[in-house]
Design a protein around this ligand. Structure first.
Ligand code: 5GP
Length: 334
């Protein structure tokens, strides 16, 4: 784990409200006087995928106002920086909460404020620097109009650090055709796109998603041979989250995780946390788990970490800066 902590890392799949510290969730639950039966759901360690979505709804009940949103965004960025993540693509679903005077835009502004505050503090302390960009998520419960609203917001906020769109939320809900027009619009606006795909076995949807050719995919747990071959042929990089898939029982064990066959086939893979709070993990831990499950050498871990730079939603110049930063870190680590 020590080597994995010292390794500079790139995090490309992290949901804001899934990345909260346990202590912060407990503090907010007390502050908001959360019903004790719901608090129990927070305390539970192992969770199936459907329990996770119930938990997200509970977390959303305690992260309701702008100040709290700014606070958690700032804390999450600090936690990734402390784990030696040098570039973070954080994602979150913009929310409308009229009872709190919140619109999708004001929610997103509150997140951006928290991200900036954390980066400012990081620079001032002359600690390790972390660059952060934001992806706006479309929740599968949303209709076409809400999806389009999120895309338009992302397009307007591109100069403020929003680089792309994610599709996430309970994979058993909704229809691909609902969000596809909004995602086409995102592409027209120059936004990058990543999709949660094949978290459950849904061959028609997974095939449609592959034909859409997003810039990245997340999870890809439930594929048959035909879909796997199709995915390989597209070369689309895949964000893989080991602890998340094991805890939610999407994959039976670490050694059986599809990270390894993808990696061995030379398909671009990126190790990510998904929800570091909900799954009690960190990116360093995910690297340590991969090292143990797949017998990776230090050189291989380094290469996996560095290769993620190619798959960020940054421009070529920004990627080059990150490569230089990795090179400097490598010289120090030797
Ligand atoms: P938020 O977008 O509120 O910051 O983060 C929590 C949300 O991210 C959840 O409500 C859910 O929509 C999405 N999410 C987090 N983890 C997962 C996951 O493993 N799979 C899917 N499909 N969605 C997730």
């Amino acid at each position: 784990l020590k080597f994995c902590q010292a390794l500079p890392k790139i995090e490309l799949h992290a949901h804001l409200n899934g990345s909260l510290r346990d202590a912060t969730i407990r503090k907010l639950a007390i502050k908001r006087q959360l019903d004790p039966s719901l608090t129990k759901l927070i305390e539970k360690g192992d969770r199936t995928l459907s329990e996770c979505f119930k938990l997200f709804d509970v977390i959303h009940q305690i992260t309701t106002d702008h100040e709290t949103i700014t606070g958690i965004a700032s804390e999450v960025v600090e936690d990734f920086a402390a784990d030696n993540v040098r570039y973070l693509e954080l994602r979150t679903t913009p929310k409308t909460r009229s009872e709190h005077g919140m619109t999708k835009r004001s929610y997103t502004e509150a997140v951006l404020k928290g991200m900036q505050e954390a980066q400012g503090r990081q620079r001032a302390s002359k600690g390790r620097s972390i660059a952060v960009r934001l992806l706006l998520s479309i929740d599968r419960r949303e209709d076409a109009a809400a999806a389009l609203e999120t895309v338009q917001l992302a397009a307007e906020l591109q100069s403020r650090g929003v680089v792309g769109i994610d599709l996430s939320g309970n994979p058993t809900l909704g229809q691909w055709s609902t969000w596809e027009p909004a995602l086409q619009e995102a592409r027209r606006q120059g936004l990058k796109i990543t999709l949660h795909a094949a978290e459950v076995y849904n061959p028609a949807e997974t095939e449609a998603m592959l034909h859409f050719r997003p810039d990245r995919l997340g999870h890809m747990c439930c594929l048959d041979e035909r879909l796997e071959a199709l995915h390989y042929s597209t070369g689309i990089p895949v964000e893989l989250c080991l602890s998340s898939n094991i805890i939610t029982e999407s994959v039976a064990s670490y050694p059986e995780h599809h990270f390894h066959p993808f990696y061995s086939a030379g398909h671009p893979v990126i190790l990510c946390t998904d929800d570091s709070g909900v799954f009690s993990t960190s990116l360093s831990k995910e690297f340590a788990i991969a090292a143990q499950a797949f017998q990776f050498s230090r050189l291989q871990l380094w290469q996996i970490s560095e290769a993620a730079i190619d798959h960020t939603f940054l421009n070529e110049e920004e990627k080059q800066d990150l490569r230089k930063e990795f090179e400097n870190a490598r010289l120090k680590l030797q």
